[in-house]
Write a protein that binds this ligand. Structure first.
Ligand code: NOJ
Length: 795
């Protein structure tokens, strides 16, 4: 039986650390978000163990090192085995496999004084051994159950490899594709991001950490990391607290509410305070407001790097991080060295160390590591038909049809028909297993990837012609970038040879001329230029790919462009000159079969963009939920005392404001129509809305009809605008969505509920509230939805 402490009791340790005054001001009575971590039985075990521990052993639980490859600057070559035996190391990352993890676990269990098991963590980002599409693509499915399934697969495969903890999901809001980590995110929107965050957590943890195939999540990176100024990784973030609460925190809160066991603190500073030493976010919000009982691990080396943030020397920053609420030091090389002395000298109260240790031990107990510390050796991994079927099904849902205009005399190019007798497949991403795997598939193996070329070859035989076209990088770029890859230099690695672009483009043109249709597979080097430390100042295709595209289009042959990338690329020329464009992201092991499903119409594309695609990089950060301006470029200028014309408005002189392809955008091989939405009541008193405490108060309904001739799935999206509030609200905000399957001619009535959660905002006093206003409400197939109704909130 699980006993949930009364809230006030559960917060007692915090109270000792934080002081009674501030505690009383924020004490809450809400239930614990993770009942397992709050259970009395579990906490009794934790406390009993804690009593036996020396100060050094407690600190050992707060130390983590990597004994495998490095995802950052390595601390040093330490003697891990000796540290484990002495109880100086409580967790390791990047040690993978039953043998490797059992090796260290035996030392912990057999040689250390208290036999406390190690917790092994790892970056499991889009699957573990079975590689699925990248997280941004999964968000493009607008299908939380897809995220849950990917997490489930990752969890059970990770657990079979001795890993009980994954550094996933990344729930950072990413509004600037220059930032390479957008690939790991769910895109720009807090509502979609929160839905995905909940699903990832559920898939990994199954609401029960003790299950043998559950893993603890580490929700990252807390917080503001995605708001890096100028899209440059590790850069500072600076934003109002309203923006923090309304945009950047919601996915973290959703994950914590879903029971997340751990969080990872981020590298960036937030409003001048480094996120890995920020008591406001790590203690005030995370623990006092949200009731989080798990632990926080720092990002790689982030505690050591606090010295570079200029907030003190090593001793000071370690103390600040620990007191702020970072419980475990990942590779920062500080907690193990400088905390004990400061406790002994009275600089740090031992209760702070106790509390951090308690949080770490809670998770170890909840995971059942004390009962089942070892991992039985299992069969060697294989990409079985079941695993492939799951990867293909998920990938099928993630593709976004950006454009499918009819070509004169041919009609729409997609789906491909039997009329296309000869098909030319061209481009550096058409046949590259490693690049198609995606940006962060640490334990994924490229050998399992079925490329576009292989899949099309199987289907078309000698009707398929192929030419690589050009390299992903050319000249100097290639020489530089081959040395700054995620996993170290790849010089000598021949997976992406650098050809003579002029010659290979000429070959590709000749190949296209021999075909009825050309399919171009273009993008960017996903392994070299996406993910961590992979910011870009430009967003075009890399190398000579744009020239390749232009040269093939110039042949006059109909062209289908398949974009393979982990960030929105700048597709302006392509959108103007290429009739059919499919965004396929990085699809994982079933890349070829899944793309082929959509090319041949066996799967009707249903993905929608989770991120706005710019016309020009200078528009970034570009997102649909902009705040209003007094001088909008389009719309009502009647308040101006004079005719502003087109000059004195918020616009670029040389580019449109709007996205090339907006948030929520995605076409289908069929068409959908929307009725005028209806609302269950037109008016509601603000007081009723406030008192509704999270319960829905109105229902908005709409009829959606498939008016085409094939079955399809539409992502029906609901947006609101609060037209009059004491604090400016975005011009549109997503507040609900549903994936709806419709047979040709079929019509379905869809209903969405709205309540305080969806309609409230943070006022100037940082209170979540509603005020008398009118909400405009739109329902449609993208953020450009036009079918509209409204709701009046009265005094
Ligand atoms: C640094 C990355 O920022 C983080 O996402 C990752 O989990 C850690 N390294 C561990 O590899």
């Amino acid at each position: 039986m699980i006993f949930i402490f009364p809230r006030t009791l559960r917060l007692l340790p915090l109270l000792l650390v934080a002081g009674l005054g501030s505690f009383l001001a924020t004490a809450q009575t809400s239930p614990a978000p993770n009942a397992q971590l709050a259970s009395k039985q579990l906490n009794d075990r934790v406390d009993a163990l804690l009593k036996k521990m020396t100060l050094e052993e407690k600190i050992g639980q707060l130390v983590q090192y990597s004994a495998g490859y490095a995802t950052g600057p390595n601390a040093s070559k330490l003697r891990y085995e000796e540290m484990v035996a002495k109880g100086q190391l409580g967790s390791m990352l990047d040690v993978v496999g039953a043998d490797a993890t059992n090796h260290y676990q035996h030392i912990a269990l057999e040689k250390s004084r208290l036999h406390i098991p190690l917790l092994f963590g790892q970056d499991v980002i889009h699957g573990h051994r079975t590689t699925f599409p990248i997280p941004l693509a999964i968000a493009a499915s607008w299908d939380p159950s897809a995220a849950e399934l990917v997490a489930r697969s990752g969890a059970s495969e990770a657990r079979a490899d001795g890993l009980a903890w994954v550094f996933s999901p990344m729930v950072d809001i990413a509004r600037d594709p220059r930032w390479g980590r957008i690939v790991e995110s769910s895109g720009e929107d807090p509502y979609l991001g929160s839905a995905m965050a909940r699903a990832w957590v559920k898939g990994y943890q199954q609401d029960d950490l003790s299950k043998p195939d559950s893993v603890a999540v580490s929700v990252k990176h807390f917080v503001g990391y995605g708001a890096a100024i100028a899209g440059r990784d590790y850069n500072a973030a600076d934003m109002s607290e309203i923006t923090l609460r309304q945009v950047y925190l919601p996915p973290f809160h959703a994950a914590v509410d879903a029971g997340a066991a751990t969080l990872m603190s981020s590298f960036n500073s937030l409003n001048g305070i480094p996120a890995s030493a920020n008591p406001f976010t790590l203690t005030e919000i995370l623990r006092r407001e949200w009731g989080f009982d798990g632990f926080v691990v720092s990002d790689w080396g982030a505690i050591g790097e606090l010295v570079n943030h200029s907030i003190g020397d090593g001793l000071t920053v370690a103390r600040k991080a620990l007191e702020a609420g970072v419980d475990m030091d990942m590779e920062g090389n500080l907690y193990g060295n400088v905390i004990a002395g400061q406790v002994r000298s009275g600089k740090i109260p031992e209760s702070v160390v106790d509390e951090a240790t308690r949080r770490v031990l809670r998770v170890k107990f909840a995971l059942g590591l004390f009962e089942h510390p070892y991992t039985p050796a299992g069969p060697a991994y294989d990409a079985t038909p079941e695993r492939r079927a799951a990867a293909r099904k998920i990938a099928d849902e993630t593709f976004v049809l950006l454009k499918n205009d009819p070509v004169e005399g041919v009609g729409t190019l997609l789906p491909l028909t039997a009329k296309a007798k000869k098909v030319a497949l061209i481009g550096p991403l058409a046949d590259d297993q490693r690049e198609l795997l995606g940006a962060w598939a640490v334990t994924g193996d490229p050998k399992y990837v079925i490329t576009l070329r292989t899949a099309l070859q199987q289907r078309l035989g000698d009707r398929l012609l192929y030419a690589p076209g050009c390299g992903l990088l050319s000249g100097e770029d290639a020489n530089v970038l081959r040395h700054v890859t995620f996993l170290g230099p790849v010089a000598g690695d021949d997976h992406s040879p650098i050809p003579d672009d002029a010659k290979t483009i000429a070959d590709a043109v000749e190949t296209a001329k021999k075909a009825d249709v050309a399919i171009l597979a273009l993008g960017e080097p996903t392994n070299w230029m996406e993910g961590e430390a992979s910011s870009r100042a430009t967003l075009g295709f890399t190398g000579a790919q744009e020239q390749l595209l232009e040269a093939v289009v110039a042949t006059g042959k109909p062209v289908i462009l398949i974009v393979l990338a982990g960030r929105p690329l700048e597709l302006k020329w392509a959108a103007a000159h290429v009739p059919a464009i499919l965004e396929a992201w990085s699809p994982g092991i079933e890349a070829g079969p899944a793309v082929t499903d959509v090319l041949f119409g066996e799967v009707n594309p249903s993905g929608k963009l989770p991120s706005s695609f710019p016309r020009a990089v200078g528009q970034e950060p570009l997102y649909y939920a902009q705040l209003p301006t007094g001088r909008p470029a389009h719309g009502d200028l009647s308040h101006f005392p004079h005719d502003a014309g087109e000059k004195f408005v918020s616009r670029y002189m040389d580019e449109e404001n709007s996205a090339l392809f907006p948030f929520g955008w995605g076409l289908s091989y069929t068409r959908f129509s929307y009725s005028k939405p209806t609302i269950s009541r037109a008016e509601i008193p603000a007081s009723e809305l406030i008192a509704s405490a999270g319960k829905p108060v109105v229902t908005v309904g709409v009829d959606v009809k498939n008016t085409g001739s094939v079955a399809g799935t539409e992502v029906v999206q609901l947006y609101i605008r609060n037209t009059s509030a004491s604090v400016e609200q975005p011009v549109r905000e997503l507040k609900s969505f549903a994936r709806v399957q419709l047979a040709p001619g079929e019509k379905k009535h869809i209903e969405f509920s709205l309540g305080f959660e969806e309609l409230s905002f943070y006022n100037a006093d940082l209170k979540q509230t509603v005020e008398p206003t009118t909400y405009r409400i739109w329902i449609g197939g993208s953020s450009l939805a036009t079918a509209e109704t409204s709701l009046h909130v009265v005094e």
